[in-house]
Ligand binder design. Sequence first.
Ligand code: CIR
Length: 409
Amino acid sequence: MNLQVPTPLSPLAGVDSEVGRLRSVLLHRPGSELKRLTPRNNDQLLFDGIPWVDRAQDEHDAFANLLRSRGVEVLLLTELLTDTMVDERARTAGIHAAVEEHRLGLELADALRSHLTSLPADALVDVLTSGMTFEELPASEGASLVRRMRHPHDFAVTPLPNLLFTRDSSVWVADRVAITSLTMPARRRETSITDVIYAYHPRFASAGRAYGAHSAPVEGGDVLLLAPGVLAIGVGERTTPAGAESFARSVFADGLAHTVLAVPIEQRRASMHLDTVCTMVDVDAVVMYPAIQDTLSAYPLRPTEEGGLAVAGPVPFLAAAAEAMGIERLRVIDTGLDPVTAEREQWDDGNNTLALAPGVVVAYERNVETNTRLEENGIEVLPISGYELGSGRGGPRCMSCPLSRDQIS
Ligand SMILES: NC(=O)NCCC[C@H](N)C(=O)O
């Protein structure tokens, strides 16, 4: 077993920190899948409102352009997915995941599969991401009881409005990519999309996998790369203790990390992922929701010489993180002392910044207090608007999956 920090990354291959200069990132420009949201389904589809889609796209374009203006290569999920659709294996895998036989019945499932198989790449990608209602099924397909009894506006293929949050469905650890395992039914199929992209897009032909075929729930928003070889994994509403444990075993077995801190977080929507309450903004600093600062704890996990797992703790998170990172202290920038403002800004993803380099972060402009505190502590804040994007409850970190960062010195 390799207990060392992994071998250095080549310049454009992988991610071993939260803050190294960002070189390449995967985003998803929101599309027709957001038009599927109605007051009847938005709770189930994990949105807190009904976004104005054109404006959400404008806001997202501004986010992507800001990243490009800072020298970041922006890859868009829909474009990558469309590219893969020339490969029959990718088409088959995408269709297989989208057609739920247990909901549709055999007849209609067969008919839908053959209809999807006949579609050109862009139309197929549209169904895979935006879904399809029973009304939109071609009239000739599947004279089934299911089709007769379902409401025309029910989904034959469920839409994926949370694709916007590319952070959660895959995560890079050093030079390997892990396809995660999402907890909420509304999001589970997202990983079939990231899996297809990483498996069949030529860009990722040489990318190794981490976390293999594990299925215990782990979501990318819970995984923080505190420093090379040091991970924190939030355990709460989404990632389970079994998920954190299997992820830790997997990264240890592959020699990708020497310490994983399993961090309990409250199981509620406001703190659904660790990155909604704590995100790194510099090599030695986090922005953190003040209400948890003194109570956040961690179970440090380390590999044993025999190939097992040593579990310690619980111990205070900040001290455990600093020790594992080999620094004296992890600086905490909190969002101010007024608990009501702090709670409002935490809900609006004030703690969910995306670092473009050490001490340079993208943040929602509406979180005025948090952004002021960041600036006062020497962090450069690049503000973006997120009035419509924010209705899905995710900020700049949630909306981005870094593919390549420079190593931090
Ligand atoms: N890392 C994150 O916190 N991602 C935001 C996910 C928001 C999405 N509506 C969800 O509930 O899963």
